[in-house]
Design a protein around this ligand. Structure first.
Ligand code: ASP
Length: 333
């Protein structure tokens, strides 16, 4: 046992990890019903792992996560990063948008203190709830110096993921998270962490982005269009009049019907930033493979999922409108 237990700040935001089942049906539950003190009390051995100070930042199902809560969360995390009495930070979060919050934080929190996001697939009151084990691992990881400098980490089901890589890949079951492109960052075994890889993409202290610039730019509006058979240009035309950026959740290699691509070309011509991502869940969308990005004025999302491409584009648009400069962000973050 370490001589001095690490000091961990825990920020609770809600989600299934804090969810309570209704009495009528075992599968029905309300996210964000259980307060953070009760969550912590359900984890055996936590008091031997760390000194924990918990705060409730929000208590929502993460389908209702908002930019306003992100701003509040980021500000609180920044303050805790500056506090030398805090060794690490844990954020409890719903699983639906966990990957989005983790990626957002990786781009705006310019510190290297361990920051771990965690959720649960089963409500706190369910038999075999996974929240207590996930929370145990998250607290252990946040108190581990090996977590420093890797950007926000996500711990679920004993796996450690980098914020940029992690995706919710199943809507049920405890094994719902994966890092399809580059693989998991590592694993937890009890309170010990083993890392398999480094995080070589730009994040945290190397990030060019900030909450301040994003707020000054008014959180540029970016929408996602999901491609499929028969997609016409109407939705794109509608968005082009409202949005600063459009992310195409394209078929295959970030592709779409000729009609949709023509509408996207019109949007790009009118100054809307157009990013091509893939709806497939993995792989790398590269420039000018099937779609002539140079001619059409598009940006290729690389490995980012459509939902993460939306976040990077929003942050990118807080600094520049130039498609070449935006492409450079997608190549490096
Ligand atoms: N809808 C819930 C949420 O994201 C699901 C979960 O936490 O697993 O908050």
């Amino acid at each position: 046992m370490p001589e001095r237990l690490p000091a961990i700040a825990l920020l609770a935001t809600g989600g299934t990890i804090a969810g309570a089942q209704s009495e009528d049906a075992a599968h029905a539950y309300r996210a964000g019903a259980v307060p953070v003190g009760q969550l912590l009390a359900a984890v055996p051995g936590l008091e031997r792992l760390a000194r924990i100070q918990a705060e409730q930042v929000a208590n929502v199902g993460s389908q209702n996560m908002t930019h306003a809560v992100w701003a509040e969360l980021a500000r609180r995390i920044e303050a805790l990063c500056r506090d030398p009495a805090v060794d690490g930070i844990v954020v409890t979060h719903g699983t639906d948008t966990l990957e989005e919050t983790a990626y957002f934080l990786s781009l705006v929190i310019r510190h290297d203190k361990p920051l771990v996001l965690v959720g649960a697939m089963r409500p706190a009151t369910a038999p075999g709830a996974d929240g207590p084990a996930n929370l145990f691992h998250a607290v252990a990881l946040a108190g581990n110096a090996a977590a420093r400098g890797r950007g926000p980490l996500v711990v679920m089901n004993e796996d450690i993921h980098y914020a940029r890589e992690v995706q919710k890949v199943a809507c049920a079951g405890v094994n719902a998270f994966a890092s399809p492109n580059r693989g998991r960052a590592g694993v937890m075994r009890g309170s010990a962490a083993s890392f398999f890889s480094r995080n070589d993409t730009l994040h945290s202290t190397a990030s060019a982005f900030s909450l301040q610039a994003l707020e000054a730019a008014g959180w540029p509006r970016v929408d996602v269009v999901h491609a499929g058979v028969g997609l016409d240009g109407e939705l794109v035309d509608f968005l082009a009049a409202r949005s600063r950026g459009i992310v195409l959740a394209g078929v295959g290699d970030g592709n779409a019907t000729d009609l949709a691509l023509r509408a996207l070309q019109r949007a790009a011509g009118a100054g809307v930033a157009v990013v091509r991502a893939s709806r497939t869940g993995s792989g790398r969308v590269a420039r000018n493979v099937e779609v002539d990005d140079d001619a059409l004025g598009f940006i290729a999302a690389g490995e980012l999922s459509p939902q993460k491409a939306r976040i990077l584009l929003m942050l990118g648009l807080s600094l520049t409108q130039d498609p070449a400069a935006l492409q450079d962000f997608f190549d490096r973050y």
